[in-house]
Design a protein around this ligand. Structure first.
Ligand code: KIV
Length: 623
């Protein structure tokens, strides 16, 4: 049960005016968390989570019975509460190769909602019709269906300071119960002179007019960002912020767009804005820190200590160039060092961090380095004898947070070791232990893949199973699947490959080709069947475990050779070709490589370009 409160947004400082009880829609919690011993594993989501029933936009907000304060755009009733604004689907997705399909974006948004993210920046709707449509679908579903704890995130769309972008953003987010438009314009001399070619006066006028325009469209939750604030003149910055707050901005976000500042400097910037901007008490101050100098998390924490109460982050820290402040680092630092951070807290349910990391890595194709803080494969492993000894005596000697806190469990609690005689039941128990709640066809598919490997390998390790399962469940919609593959290669001449693929209607196609090596030959044979020309931008092959019989995982990045798939970059305005990632796993390196290639092709083929006049009406989307 949760409480629903009607909010009057007529004034720039809205206050709750009434409350009524409302039953929460029940949703299945797919996440299972179980402690185990020392090797660590990822937890999982249930890909078949229910879609939310969209409802007309209203100003009702839901206050969960948790400690999260009520949502009022420009006011946080508890001074210690810090809002987490996740921009994985906007800033993160715009990084090279990170293209996600609409259905992947919706799945990520559902998990972000369960994670307890306060605001989901779902995309940049003016970028392309596909982006608009993806944001709109997220607004309709995730923006209307509270998570199991009653939390309902704000759904936000980015727009440059022009009417066309703002109209697209509003059209996309207005279907959410808590819609937000985020508009931005650069305020540093270097950007105004060389990028915008506008004077200070023009920039202030545009910012004020465009915030006013968003307000007149009926949006009462407005975020404004002075792009490159980290390098902007202070007095000018205060002036711009004063003007946009007067025009109706409810959050003022301070981006360190090029990741130039260092922590004490960024903290001072936030303190100065707080002290010198007239009307700042009517808005929430936010941070948006890029990671060019590796300081994004540190700067974000300095900003929070100085009074920012919204922090912009991405899962795994993905984003432009060196990325953004990472959600997991910022949230866990605030949690772990709460007293030092002045008692600050967030509404994040940290148990879902590990699965969010895994899902974003698979969907974006941007893999997490092993030594990445919090979510890297080595983040909780203790190799050295001294560390292991200390850990066995008392975990606190070398561990400042428990892996359980982020949904990681310690390995082999059940002691189940899988081999070729293991059946579906044993596999299902192992998957449950690893945190994956799958059944039906998905379990059948994973079991089939498991058997193929177990026939060849005496002992199938947890890492092998993890590689297999993420290769199965994080795959895009299947348009083509691999049925058979035969290659010959060596020193006696060109390699040859014969490939049999099955299309979505079950029709088999066979093709042969030659190549300079077995992977080249096999990819050419696939091309002969699929008949789309792409460029292979990146290819990498890794073994999952030690040993000559290890499972190999392959990652590829492809780009369509025709000009079809493009998007407009939010900050530079450039039209860029999209690239698509794919992954595959198998004990045979060529099979693994072909699986990865087909996965990337499926993602690209499933990412159908829609033209503006093809965008379905909200009613059609609901149906
Ligand atoms: O880096 C940046 O300045 C941005 C803004 C749009 C917030 O992404």
């Amino acid at each position: 049960m949760a409480i629903t409160a009607a909010i009057c947004f007529g004034s720039p400082n809205p206050k709750p005016i009434a409350c009524a009880a409302a039953a929460d829609a029940a949703v299945i919690n797919p996440l299972i968390s179980r402690p185990r011993s020392l090797t660590l594993h990822r937890h999982c989501w249930n890909p078949s989570l229910v879609a939310g029933a969209p409802s007309p936009r209203s100003f009702a907000v839901r206050c969960s019975l948790s400690s999260r304060p009520d949502y009022i755009p420009n006011l946080i009733p508890d001074h210690a509460y810090v809002r987490i604004f996740d921009t994985t689907l906007r800033d993160g997705e715009q990084s090279p190769g990170a293209t996600m399909t609409s259905s992947e974006k919706i799945t990520v948004a559902r998990l972000l909602s369960r994670l307890g993210v306060d605001i989901i920046e779902a995309g940049f709707p003016a970028s392309s019709p596909d982006d608009l449509e993806a944001v709109r679908s997220i607004a309709m579903e995730v923006g209307n269906k509270p998570a199991e704890d009653g939390h309902l995130p704000v759904i936000c769309g980015l727009a440059r300071c022009n009417k066309k972008d703002i109209d697209a953003a509003w059209e996309a987010v207005r279907h959410a119960r808590r819609p937000r438009v985020h508009t931005f314009i650069a305020t540093s001399e270097i950007h105004m002179q060389h990028k915008l070619r506008k004077t200070r006066e023009e920039v202030v006028r545009i910012a004020r007019e465009m915030v006013g325009y968003v307000r007149r469209l009926g949006c009462e939750d407005i975020e404004f960002s002075p792009e490159d604030a980290g390098r902007s003149d202070r007095e000018f910055l205060y002036h711009v912020l004063e003007e946009v707050i007067k025009a109706g901005a409810t959050t003022v976000n301070i981006p360190d767009t090029v990741g130039y500042t260092i922590p004490h400097e960024f903290g001072q910037l936030i303190s100065d804005i707080k002290a010198n901007t007239r009307g700042i008490e009517n808005a929430i101050i936010s941070t948006h820190c890029q990671n060019d100098l590796g300081l994004a998390t540190a700067n974000t924490l300095a900003g929070a200590s100085a009074g920012a109460r919204q922090l912009e982050v991405t899962v795994n820290g993905i984003g432009e160039r060196a990325g953004n402040a990472s959600l997991e680092e910022v949230v866990m630092a605030i949690r772990c060092r709460k007293q030092t951070m002045g008692g600050l807290y967030t509404g994040i349910n940290t148990k879902h961090i590990n699965m969010a990391s895994k899902m974003v890595a698979e969907y974006s194709g941007l893999h997490v380095q092993p030594h990445k803080a919090i979510v890297g494969a080595n983040a909780f492993s203790h190799e050295s004898g001294i560390h292991q000894d200390g850990m066995l005596k008392f975990k606190g000697t070398y561990e400042i947070i428990s892996p359980d806190d982020i949904g990681l469990s310690r390995s082999n609690e059940s002691g189940i070791v899988l081999g070729k005689l293991s059946g579906r039941h044993a596999l299902k128990s192992k998957l449950t232990e690893l945190g994956y709640d799958i059944s039906g066809k998905e379990l059948d598919d994973v079991f089939k893949r498991f058997k193929e490997i177990a026939e060849k390998k005496k002992r199938v390790s947890d890492d092998d199973i993890e590689a297999l399962i993420s290769n199965e469940i994080f795959q895009p919609k299947v348009i083509w699947s691999l049925h058979d593959l035969q290659v010959t290669s060596g020193t006696l001449g060109l390699s040859t490959a014969t490939v049999k693929l099955i299309d979505s209607e079950g029709v088999e196609r066979i093709a042969c080709s030659v190549g300079t090596g077995p992977v080249h030959a096999a990819y050419e044979a696939v091309n002969n069947i699929v008949q789309v020309r792409v460029t292979l931008m990146e290819y990498s092959l890794n073994s999952v475990t030690e040993g000559i019989d290890a499972v190999a995982t392959t990652r590829v990045l492809i780009r369509a050779d025709h000009n079809g798939h493009t998007s407009t970059h939010a900050l530079t305005g450039e039209t860029l070709p999209r690239t698509f990632s794919g992954s595959g796993a198998d004990m045979d390196v060529v099979v693994s490589s072909v699986r990865a290639y087909i996965s990337a092709l499926n993602k690209m083929l499933g990412f159908r370009e829609i033209s503006r006049n093809e965008i379905p009406s909200p009613e059609a989307v609901v149906a």
